[in-house]
Design a protein around this ligand. Structure first.
Ligand SMILES: NC(=O)c1ccc[n+]([C@@H]2O[C@H](COP(=O)([O-])OP(=O)(O)OC[C@H]3O[C@@H](n4cnc5c(N)ncnc54)[C@H](OP(=O)(O)O)[C@@H]3O)[C@@H](O)[C@H]2O)c1
Length: 245
Protein backbone atom coordinates (compact mmCIF):
# COMPACT_ATOMS: atom_id res chain seq x y z
CA UNK A 1 0.00 0.00 0.00
CA UNK A 2 1.41 3.43 -0.96
CA UNK A 3 0.50 6.83 0.38
CA UNK A 4 -0.88 7.61 3.80
CA UNK A 5 -4.63 7.04 3.55
CA UNK A 6 -5.76 4.23 5.86
CA UNK A 7 -2.22 3.37 6.97
CA UNK A 8 -2.18 2.14 10.55
CA UNK A 9 0.49 4.04 12.45
CA UNK A 10 1.50 3.67 16.11
CA UNK A 11 3.49 6.54 17.63
CA UNK A 12 5.48 6.57 20.85
CA UNK A 13 5.93 10.01 22.40
CA UNK A 14 2.62 11.12 20.88
CA UNK A 15 1.59 13.26 23.86
CA UNK A 16 3.59 16.33 22.84
CA UNK A 17 6.05 17.95 20.47
CA UNK A 18 7.15 16.09 17.35
CA UNK A 19 5.04 13.00 18.11
CA UNK A 20 1.83 15.02 18.56
CA UNK A 21 2.55 17.11 15.44
CA UNK A 22 3.12 13.91 13.46
CA UNK A 23 -0.15 12.46 14.74
CA UNK A 24 -2.07 15.58 13.62
CA UNK A 25 -0.44 15.68 10.18
CA UNK A 26 -0.77 11.94 9.49
CA UNK A 27 -4.38 11.84 10.70
CA UNK A 28 -5.24 14.77 8.45
CA UNK A 29 -3.93 12.69 5.52
CA UNK A 30 -6.15 9.74 6.41
CA UNK A 31 -3.91 7.55 8.58
CA UNK A 32 -5.38 5.60 11.50
CA UNK A 33 -3.39 6.22 14.64
CA UNK A 34 -2.53 4.52 17.89
CA UNK A 35 -1.17 7.17 20.23
CA UNK A 36 1.35 6.04 22.86
CA UNK A 37 2.97 7.93 25.77
CA UNK A 38 2.65 8.01 29.56
CA UNK A 39 0.37 11.05 29.99
CA UNK A 40 -3.04 9.59 29.29
CA UNK A 41 -5.00 12.86 29.57
CA UNK A 42 -2.89 14.45 26.84
CA UNK A 43 -3.26 11.39 24.61
CA UNK A 44 -7.04 11.41 25.10
CA UNK A 45 -7.32 15.09 24.35
CA UNK A 46 -5.28 14.62 21.14
CA UNK A 47 -7.38 11.59 20.11
CA UNK A 48 -10.56 13.65 20.71
CA UNK A 49 -9.14 16.55 18.70
CA UNK A 50 -8.33 14.18 15.79
CA UNK A 51 -11.73 12.45 15.97
CA UNK A 52 -13.42 15.86 16.18
CA UNK A 53 -12.16 16.74 12.71
CA UNK A 54 -13.08 13.38 11.20
CA UNK A 55 -9.83 11.52 11.88
CA UNK A 56 -9.25 8.14 13.47
CA UNK A 57 -7.14 7.71 16.63
CA UNK A 58 -7.07 5.53 19.74
CA UNK A 59 -4.79 5.75 22.78
CA UNK A 60 -2.55 3.17 24.40
CA UNK A 61 -0.80 4.38 27.54
CA UNK A 62 2.84 3.41 26.96
CA UNK A 63 5.99 3.74 29.01
CA UNK A 64 8.77 2.75 26.61
CA UNK A 65 10.91 1.60 29.54
CA UNK A 66 8.56 -1.39 29.80
CA UNK A 67 8.81 -3.86 26.92
CA UNK A 68 5.29 -5.13 27.63
CA UNK A 69 3.92 -1.63 27.01
CA UNK A 70 5.36 -1.67 23.50
CA UNK A 71 3.86 -5.10 22.95
CA UNK A 72 0.53 -3.65 24.07
CA UNK A 73 0.86 -0.63 21.76
CA UNK A 74 1.46 -2.88 18.75
CA UNK A 75 -1.32 -5.29 19.81
CA UNK A 76 -3.68 -2.33 20.17
CA UNK A 77 -3.04 -1.40 16.51
CA UNK A 78 -3.58 -4.98 15.33
CA UNK A 79 -6.74 -5.49 17.40
CA UNK A 80 -8.27 -2.11 16.58
CA UNK A 81 -7.34 -1.79 12.92
CA UNK A 82 -6.25 -5.31 11.88
CA UNK A 83 -2.58 -4.58 11.22
CA UNK A 84 0.35 -2.22 11.87
CA UNK A 85 1.88 -0.42 8.91
CA UNK A 86 4.28 1.91 10.70
CA UNK A 87 5.83 2.26 14.15
CA UNK A 88 7.09 5.79 14.77
CA UNK A 89 9.52 5.96 17.70
CA UNK A 90 9.41 9.52 18.96
CA UNK A 91 9.65 9.03 22.73
CA UNK A 92 12.85 10.57 24.01
CA UNK A 93 14.43 12.54 26.82
CA UNK A 94 17.53 14.72 27.00
CA UNK A 95 18.71 15.48 30.55
CA UNK A 96 22.07 16.72 29.29
CA UNK A 97 24.96 17.73 31.55
CA UNK A 98 28.74 17.73 31.78
CA UNK A 99 30.25 14.28 32.28
CA UNK A 100 32.10 15.70 35.33
CA UNK A 101 28.72 16.14 37.04
CA UNK A 102 28.34 12.34 37.18
CA UNK A 103 24.56 12.45 36.91
CA UNK A 104 24.24 8.69 36.78
CA UNK A 105 20.48 8.62 37.12
CA UNK A 106 20.13 10.91 34.08
CA UNK A 107 22.54 8.71 32.10
CA UNK A 108 20.55 5.62 33.00
CA UNK A 109 17.26 7.32 32.15
CA UNK A 110 18.52 8.28 28.68
CA UNK A 111 19.73 4.73 28.03
CA UNK A 112 16.40 3.34 29.27
CA UNK A 113 14.14 5.66 27.26
CA UNK A 114 16.14 6.56 24.17
CA UNK A 115 17.97 3.28 23.55
CA UNK A 116 16.19 0.46 25.35
CA UNK A 117 12.79 1.97 24.56
CA UNK A 118 13.71 1.91 20.87
CA UNK A 119 14.85 -1.73 21.12
CA UNK A 120 11.60 -2.70 22.84
CA UNK A 121 9.77 -1.17 19.87
CA UNK A 122 11.73 -3.42 17.51
CA UNK A 123 11.00 -6.43 19.71
CA UNK A 124 7.28 -5.66 19.65
CA UNK A 125 6.83 -4.74 15.99
CA UNK A 126 9.38 -6.81 14.06
CA UNK A 127 7.61 -10.18 14.52
CA UNK A 128 4.33 -8.55 13.46
CA UNK A 129 5.94 -6.95 10.41
CA UNK A 130 7.55 -10.28 9.47
CA UNK A 131 4.20 -12.08 9.77
CA UNK A 132 2.41 -9.44 7.73
CA UNK A 133 5.15 -9.25 5.08
CA UNK A 134 5.25 -5.44 5.36
CA UNK A 135 6.05 -2.78 7.92
CA UNK A 136 7.98 0.45 8.43
CA UNK A 137 10.09 1.64 11.37
CA UNK A 138 10.41 5.43 11.56
CA UNK A 139 12.66 6.59 14.38
CA UNK A 140 13.40 10.11 15.56
CA UNK A 141 17.11 10.51 16.33
CA UNK A 142 18.88 13.91 16.57
CA UNK A 143 21.50 16.14 14.98
CA UNK A 144 23.14 15.92 18.43
CA UNK A 145 24.56 12.63 17.16
CA UNK A 146 25.87 14.19 13.94
CA UNK A 147 27.78 17.05 15.54
CA UNK A 148 28.92 16.16 19.04
CA UNK A 149 28.78 19.06 21.49
CA UNK A 150 30.02 19.36 25.08
CA UNK A 151 27.45 18.34 27.71
CA UNK A 152 25.60 16.16 25.21
CA UNK A 153 27.88 13.11 25.18
CA UNK A 154 25.48 10.64 26.75
CA UNK A 155 22.40 11.95 24.93
CA UNK A 156 24.30 11.87 21.61
CA UNK A 157 25.65 8.43 22.50
CA UNK A 158 22.15 7.00 22.96
CA UNK A 159 21.01 8.63 19.72
CA UNK A 160 24.00 7.33 17.77
CA UNK A 161 23.47 3.86 19.18
CA UNK A 162 19.94 4.09 17.79
CA UNK A 163 21.34 5.34 14.46
CA UNK A 164 23.68 2.33 14.27
CA UNK A 165 20.92 -0.12 15.15
CA UNK A 166 18.61 1.47 12.56
CA UNK A 167 21.22 0.81 9.88
CA UNK A 168 21.67 -2.76 11.08
CA UNK A 169 17.91 -3.18 11.08
CA UNK A 170 17.71 -1.85 7.52
CA UNK A 171 20.38 -4.31 6.39
CA UNK A 172 18.62 -7.24 8.03
CA UNK A 173 15.11 -6.11 7.15
CA UNK A 174 15.05 -7.55 3.64
CA UNK A 175 13.01 -6.34 0.71
CA UNK A 176 9.65 -6.10 2.45
CA UNK A 177 10.32 -3.82 5.40
CA UNK A 178 11.34 -0.18 5.49
CA UNK A 179 13.56 1.64 8.00
CA UNK A 180 13.73 5.42 8.22
CA UNK A 181 15.53 7.64 10.68
CA UNK A 182 14.82 11.33 11.05
CA UNK A 183 17.33 13.59 12.78
CA UNK A 184 15.90 16.93 13.87
CA UNK A 185 17.90 19.97 14.89
CA UNK A 186 16.42 22.51 17.32
CA UNK A 187 12.64 22.17 17.39
CA UNK A 188 10.27 24.16 19.60
CA UNK A 189 8.77 21.50 21.88
CA UNK A 190 8.59 20.58 25.57
CA UNK A 191 11.90 18.73 25.22
CA UNK A 192 13.75 20.97 27.70
CA UNK A 193 11.32 19.88 30.42
CA UNK A 194 13.21 16.56 30.58
CA UNK A 195 16.42 18.43 31.48
CA UNK A 196 17.28 18.22 35.17
CA UNK A 197 20.17 20.70 35.10
CA UNK A 198 18.58 24.20 35.25
CA UNK A 199 21.51 25.81 33.40
CA UNK A 200 21.22 23.34 30.50
CA UNK A 201 17.44 23.73 30.49
CA UNK A 202 17.63 27.54 30.32
CA UNK A 203 20.27 27.47 27.57
CA UNK A 204 18.22 24.99 25.52
CA UNK A 205 15.02 27.00 25.92
CA UNK A 206 16.85 30.15 24.83
CA UNK A 207 18.21 28.38 21.74
CA UNK A 208 14.79 26.96 20.89
CA UNK A 209 13.27 30.44 21.20
CA UNK A 210 16.02 31.89 19.07
CA UNK A 211 16.26 29.45 16.15
CA UNK A 212 13.90 26.51 16.82
CA UNK A 213 11.59 25.38 14.02
CA UNK A 214 8.04 24.14 14.49
CA UNK A 215 7.49 20.42 15.18
CA UNK A 216 5.37 20.16 12.03
CA UNK A 217 8.60 20.55 10.02
CA UNK A 218 9.63 17.14 11.33
CA UNK A 219 6.12 15.76 10.90
CA UNK A 220 6.24 16.71 7.20
CA UNK A 221 9.51 14.77 6.76
CA UNK A 222 8.00 11.74 8.51
CA UNK A 223 4.88 11.94 6.32
CA UNK A 224 7.09 12.15 3.20
CA UNK A 225 8.97 8.96 4.13
CA UNK A 226 5.80 7.02 4.91
CA UNK A 227 3.97 8.18 1.78
CA UNK A 228 6.58 6.73 -0.61
CA UNK A 229 5.69 3.60 -2.61
CA UNK A 230 6.27 0.33 -0.75
CA UNK A 231 9.50 -0.41 -2.65
CA UNK A 232 11.04 2.96 -1.78
CA UNK A 233 12.99 3.14 1.46
CA UNK A 234 13.81 6.64 2.65
CA UNK A 235 16.83 6.08 4.89
CA UNK A 236 18.12 9.12 6.78
CA UNK A 237 16.55 12.55 6.84
CA UNK A 238 18.12 15.54 8.60
CA UNK A 239 15.84 18.52 9.24
CA UNK A 240 17.36 21.48 11.06
CA UNK A 241 16.82 25.23 11.27
CA UNK A 242 18.67 27.12 8.53
CA UNK A 243 20.27 29.11 11.36
CA UNK A 244 21.68 26.02 13.10
CA UNK A 245 25.45 25.57 12.81
N1 LIG B 1 13.04 19.28 20.31
C1 LIG B 1 14.24 19.16 19.79
O1 LIG B 1 14.95 20.17 19.58
C2 LIG B 1 14.75 17.81 19.36
C3 LIG B 1 15.91 17.76 18.57
C4 LIG B 1 16.39 16.54 18.15
C5 LIG B 1 15.75 15.38 18.51
N2 LIG B 1 14.62 15.43 19.28
C6 LIG B 1 13.98 14.16 19.61
O2 LIG B 1 12.61 14.24 19.26
C7 LIG B 1 11.89 13.29 20.03
C8 LIG B 1 10.61 13.95 20.54
O3 LIG B 1 10.96 14.99 21.43
P1 LIG B 1 10.20 16.41 21.41
O4 LIG B 1 11.18 17.43 20.99
O5 LIG B 1 8.92 16.30 20.69
O6 LIG B 1 10.02 16.63 22.98
P2 LIG B 1 8.73 16.49 23.92
O7 LIG B 1 7.71 17.50 23.50
O8 LIG B 1 9.28 16.56 25.31
O9 LIG B 1 8.19 15.04 23.63
C9 LIG B 1 8.79 13.90 24.17
C10 LIG B 1 7.79 12.77 24.12
O10 LIG B 1 8.44 11.60 24.64
C11 LIG B 1 7.55 10.98 25.53
N3 LIG B 1 8.25 10.19 26.54
C12 LIG B 1 9.23 10.57 27.38
N4 LIG B 1 9.56 9.54 28.19
C13 LIG B 1 8.74 8.51 27.84
C14 LIG B 1 8.58 7.18 28.31
N5 LIG B 1 9.32 6.69 29.32
N6 LIG B 1 7.65 6.40 27.73
C15 LIG B 1 6.90 6.88 26.73
N7 LIG B 1 7.00 8.11 26.22
C16 LIG B 1 7.92 8.92 26.79
C17 LIG B 1 6.76 12.13 26.17
O11 LIG B 1 5.49 11.65 26.62
P3 LIG B 1 5.07 11.36 28.15
O12 LIG B 1 5.88 12.30 29.01
O13 LIG B 1 3.60 11.64 28.16
O14 LIG B 1 5.39 9.91 28.36
C18 LIG B 1 6.56 13.04 24.97
O15 LIG B 1 5.42 12.67 24.25
C19 LIG B 1 12.84 12.81 21.13
O16 LIG B 1 13.28 11.51 20.81
C20 LIG B 1 13.99 13.80 21.08
O17 LIG B 1 15.19 13.20 21.48
C21 LIG B 1 14.11 16.62 19.71
Amino acid sequence: MSGLAAKVIAITGASSGIGAASARRLAARGAKLVLGARREARLRSLADEISGVGGDAVCAVTDVRRSQDLTYLVACACETYGRLDVLIGCAGIGPISALDDLRLTDWEDMVDVNLKGFLYGIAAALPVFRRQGFGHFVTVISTAGLRIAPNQAVYAGTKNAVRTICEGLRLEAGAKLRVTSVSPGFVKTDFASSMTDPVMRAATLAKMDDIGIEPDAIARAIAFAIAQPADVDVGDIVVRPTAQA
